[in-house]
Design a protein around this ligand. Structure first.
Ligand SMILES: [Zn+2]
Length: 330
């Protein structure tokens, strides 16, 4: 997650290298863009506040640069700032946007441009919500909404090596990443989370296609593949970082989580103690934690702890698995 100190550093000493560069002359851009798009993005214009319906649009999806199509923002990071311009707390990647000191109009501000094609987007300010504290104040005209059949769910169910291995095997799940949510500081390290002092839970972020697997299915699988009745504990792992948790992204998900917990409660003798809380941010864990099971399946922990869990899971959810043969289970 980028913080204001990173923005100042980029604006002062140079921006991160983009994945690619798109360079066109103003004549070429003029042919591709509407006059208003050209004025805002290529001539550093500003649209009238409250001039776009994009401000009050919060449906899932992504936002791309209107000039070059590079993805810049995710709807998950969009918020109502009350300014009349679409506002975001973070960009999709740390190198999607470039930052420049802007002293026009007698103010000192940080201008944001598309790092791929240098389109002017708007400005970024240090008064945003959440742990990053950023407010990307964008011209709606500089962005285009990209529909996406991709949803994300964030669950804590003890050690993320285990939960990641389970969800990776499900049909309709396109990506699973291990990380941390629900704590007090930004960008925590594994060591800090393990101390129990930051308040984060070890979680996984599941990317899925809702046409193939629903949020309700994921909730049911989550609640039946770890023990949701042991407070701050999964088996031998003890501590708040191992708590059972569901981090929801909107009110509908919150309601569904509560319904599924009530439904699954019938299976357990003890009360379910799973935390249901709004997702503030998912911090991806260090690289060596990603795909831990598939990269380390011969190790003791995988053999002793993860393998039995996976076997039980495969038995329970046979019809939901990706097309891999039983023999491929390491
Ligand atoms: Zn661009």
């Amino acid at each position: 997650m980028l913080k204001w100190i990173d923005i100042i550093r980029f604006a002062g000493t140079g921006n991160p290298v983009p994945d690619k560069k798109v360079v066109k002359t103003n004549d070429e851009w003029q042919k591709l863009l509407t006059p208003e798009e050209f004025r805002i993005t290529r001539l550093k214009g500003t649209e009238r506040a409250h001039s776009s319906e994009m401000c009050s649009l919060f449906e899932p999806g992504k936002y791309a640069c209107v000039c070059c199509g590079t993805l810049l923002f995710d709807a998950n990071e969009k918020f109502e700032s009350g300014t009349g311009w679409p506002s975001f707390t973070q960009a999709v990647t740390e190198n999607a946007i470039a930052y420049h000191k802007d002293i026009s109009y007698g103010m000192v501000r940080v201008e944001t441009t598309c790092n791929t094609c240098d389109a002017h987007l708007g400005h970024v300010f240090p008064d945003g919500p959440g742990p990053g504290g950023l407010r990307y104040c964008m011209n709606a005209v500089a962005l285009k909404k990209v529909e996406s059949n991709e949803r994300k769910a964030t669950f804590g169910g003890g050690c993320f090596w285990c939960t990641e291995a389970v969800f990776n095997q499900l049909k309709g799940v396109t990506k699973v990443e291990s990380g941390y949510s629900g704590g007090k500081i930004a960008n925590p390290t594994y060591r800090e989370v393990c101390s129990g002092l930051t308040g984060h839970a070890e979680v996984i972020e599941v990317t899925y296609n809702p046409d193939e697997i629903t949020y309700g299915d994921l909730l049911r699988i989550h609640l039946s593949t770890h023990n949701p009745t042991t407070l701050n504990r999964q088996g031998a792992d003890v501590g708040t970082q191992y708590r059972s948790a569901i981090f929801y992204r909107n009110e509908a998900e919150k309601k569904e989580a509560e319904q599924v917990i009530a439904e699954i409660q019938a299976v357990y003798d003890e009360p379910i103690v799973t935390e249901v809380a709004p997702l503030e941010y998912f911090y991806k864990a260090e690289e060596y934690h990603q795909d831990y099971y598939s990269n380390n399946s011969q190790e003791g922990y995988c053999q002793a702890v993860i393998n039995p869990k996976l076997r039980k899971f495969r038995e329970l959810f046979k019809n939901r698995l990706k097309d891999t043969k039983e023999g491929e289970l390491k």
